[in-house]
Every structure is written in structure tokens, then in C-alpha cells.
Design a protein around this ligand. Structure first.
Ligand code: MTE
Length: 331
């Protein structure tokens, strides 16, 4: 998710500072090989610590209903990405800009006590303790594709309920046109906050009809387990037809507004990251084509790239939201 290094002192890491997936996988495979061979006890311990960080599992969620979700498009039949890839290759800049940083560093995140504040243009502003939020509506499994603007994708079985369940309980006013998501920015526990790569806290937003769409998920878990910290514990949003950066992690506040939210990535580079950020193979990012993608965990370095689909393949469900809009202008 990186943006170009600028000469004006705004300190974005250069793309070269971010481990590309190929290099990351090579390093991980190399570490495993070394751990298994005669590379010495110290290296083996180091390698197994790295592997542990990626696969430490945070605990089971209560049993989920066995019926498939009634929400159209909620369960793709594609093969889920291996757990260790989904939890070891992450963007969570509050914990560093390298893909391996969140798995290494996010253990410092304190997820209890946790509350999410709802404010702005609503009849019933509230502060929900996590326990109350967990029980607000029945949770279900949604198997979504997630497409990152950097050109890779995953398939992840999330657990949660439609954000609309929460929205309707707080009764937005007629003047509320957008929903703004604020995520935790805690210097004490998030080492990445010291960098000025983004204007913290990480803020994202949706138009009200997007927030109310049943596919927009408030998620508390993945792979039938509690959300790992590196994936945005204890609560995040997942918006499957938009680039991954719209899916804000570790939410602390949801604000209803009349104005289009000023999002963190849009503030950092407006020409690269628009407000809508719908997955669209026909609208290239200024530095990356969006026509194809690499599915993480699929076939290693030489795997064939897949064609990226409009709205990440969710056109039948969400296309109507954008009827008549110029998607090149509203990128
Ligand atoms: N949320 C916060 N708070 N901070 C972040 O850096 N990165 C985004 C998004 N949510 C990010 C965030 C990006 S760029 C992506 S691709 C997804 O999280 C990655 O989610 P995952 O690690 O669960 O796959």
C-alpha cells in the first residue's frame, strides 16, 4: 500500500522499503529450511519464533450456525487462503510498514477493555462495550475475497454480522450521508504511530448506502476463531468490493456525518487513493495496473495472475449503488 517518497519532508516509506510478497515468501521459506537443516541452534530458534508469531492462534469463537448466510454473495466457493498467510502477510501500519511487521509486533495491542463509540448525526449515540457489540446480532461466517490495491488478493472466512445491524440500532438522522471509521492510535502499544507515514488515527469512510449494504461486515473473527491482533482485533470492518484499505482495523469510533470523510490514505495521496476505491480493473492506480492480481498462498512465485473483476466480483450485489456514476472520476 505504499506511496511514493516525496521530497517535501512528508515521510512516506519508499516502495523499496516494503517487503514484496515474493521476497517475503522466499525469506519465510528460507527460514523454514534453515530451521530444519544444520544451520545452527540460534538460527533455528529465530526461525521458529518467526513461524510462531505467524501461527499463534488466539482462541475459538462460540459455535456458529451451520446454515449458510442468507446474504447474497456472502460465501464464495473459492478456496480460503492458508491461515498462516492471512495472518502473516498483513498491512497494519500502526505496527510497521513491512508485511511481516504486524504479526511480529501486534502482540502489544491491548484488546480488553475495548469499546466502540458511536456519535455524530444519530438519534442514539452510544458507547458499546465489546461484549455488548459481540451480542448485538447473530454472527455468521462470510467467505470474502479481499483485494489489495497493491495487486494481491486473499480469500478469508470472516465472522461477524452486517454493519447495518448496528447502524439501524443507533438510528442515523436524515442528514447523515456518510459513516466515518476511526481506529485506535495508541503510541504506547503501536510502534508504527511514531512514523508520519499516515496522519493518525487511521480513518476510513463509506457512503451511507454502502455502510448499510448487507455485505459490509462488522467482523470479530476469522477462520472460526477470534480475530488475531494483526488482522484488526477485536473488531474491524470488511468491505469486500473495495480495495483492502477501506476495511479499517481495530475500530474505536464510528461517526455519522453529512460531509464525505477525509480518509487517511486520501489525505496522504489524493491522486492515488480516492474515497470510493471500488475494485476496478479498468481504472489503474497511477503506479500499478489493477487489471490482474496474485492470489496469496497460490502456487508461489510463478503462479499465474488472475484477472481482477469489477467490484471484486460482487457486481451483481453492489453494482446498483454506483448506477450513473463515472467510476473513472469517482475512483
Ligand atoms: N486498518 C488500520 N487501522 N491500519 C492499516 O494500516 N491497512 C489496510 C486495512 N485496514 C490498515 C487497516 C489495508 S492496506 C489492507 S490491505 C487491509 O487492512 C489488510 O487486512 P488483513 O491484514 O486482515 O488482510
Amino acid at each position: 500500500m505504499l506511496i511514493k517518497t516525496r521530497r517535501d519532508g512528508f515521510n512516506h516509506p519508499a516502495a523499496s522499503e516494503i517487503t514484496p510478497q515474493a521476497a517475503y515468501r522466499q525469506r519465510r521459506d528460507l527460514l523454514r529450511l534453515m530451521a530444519g537443516g544444520a544451520a545452527g541452534a540460534a538460527l533455528a530458534a529465530w526461525a521458529s519464533r518467526e513461524a510462531m508469531a505467524a501461527v499463534q492462534r488466539p482462541g475459538k469463537l462460540p459455535a456458529l450456525p451451520s446454515q449458510p448466510s442468507a446474504v447474497a454473495g456472502a460465501v464464495t466457493m473459492e478456496k480460503p487462503t492458508p491461515y498462516e498467510d492471512a495472518t502473516g502477510y498483513n498491512n497494519f501500519y500502526e505496527f510497521g510498514t513491512d508485511k511481516a511487521d504486524p504479526a511480529q509486533n501486534a502482540h502489544t495491542l491491548r484488546t480488553a477493555p475495548w469499546a466502540v463509540e458511536i456519535d455524530g448525526l444519530v438519534k442514539k449515540p452510544a458507547k458499546f462495550a465489546l461484549d455488548d457489540l459481540l451480542k448485538l446480532a447473530p454472527q455468521e461466517e462470510r467467505i470474502y475475497r479481499l483485494r489489495c490495491v497493491e495487486g494481491w488478493s486473499m480469500v478469508i472466512p470472516w465472522v461477524g454480522y452486517s454493519l447495518a445491524e448496528l447502524v439501524r440500532r443507533v438510528e442515523p438522522l436524515g442528514s447523515a450521508k456518510f459513516v466515518e471509521f476511526h481506529t485506535l492510535a495508541d503510541r504506547a502499544t503501536m510502534p508504527g504511530i511514531r512514523s508520519s507515514v499516515l496522519d493518525w488515527p487511521y480513518v476510513e469512510g463509506l457512503r451511507m448506502d454502502e455502510a448499510l449494504h448487507p455485505l459490509t461486515l462488522l467482523s470479530f473473527g476469522m477462520y472460526g476463531e477470534v480475530l488475531p491482533k494483526q488482522n484488526g482485533a477485536p473488531v474491524r470492518v470488511v468491505v469486500p468490493w473495495k480495495y483492502g484499505f477501506k476495511s479499517a482495523k481495530s475500530l474505536v469510533r464510528i461517526r455519522f456525518t453529512e460531509q464525505e470523510p477525509k480518509t487517511a490514505w486520501n489525505k496522504a495521496a489524493a491522486n492515488e487513493y480516492g474515497f470510493y476505491s471500488n475494485v476496478n480493473p479498468d481504472v489503474a492506480h497511477p503506479r500499478w495496473s489493477q487489471a490482474t492480481e496474485r492470489r496469496i498462498g497460490e502456487g508461489g512465485l510463478f503462479a499465474k495472475r488472475r484477472k481482477t473483476l469489477l467490484f471484486n466480483g460482487y457486481e451483481a450485489q453492489v453494482g446498483q449503488l454506483y448506477a450513473g456514476m463515472d467510476l473513472k472520476k469517482n475512483y
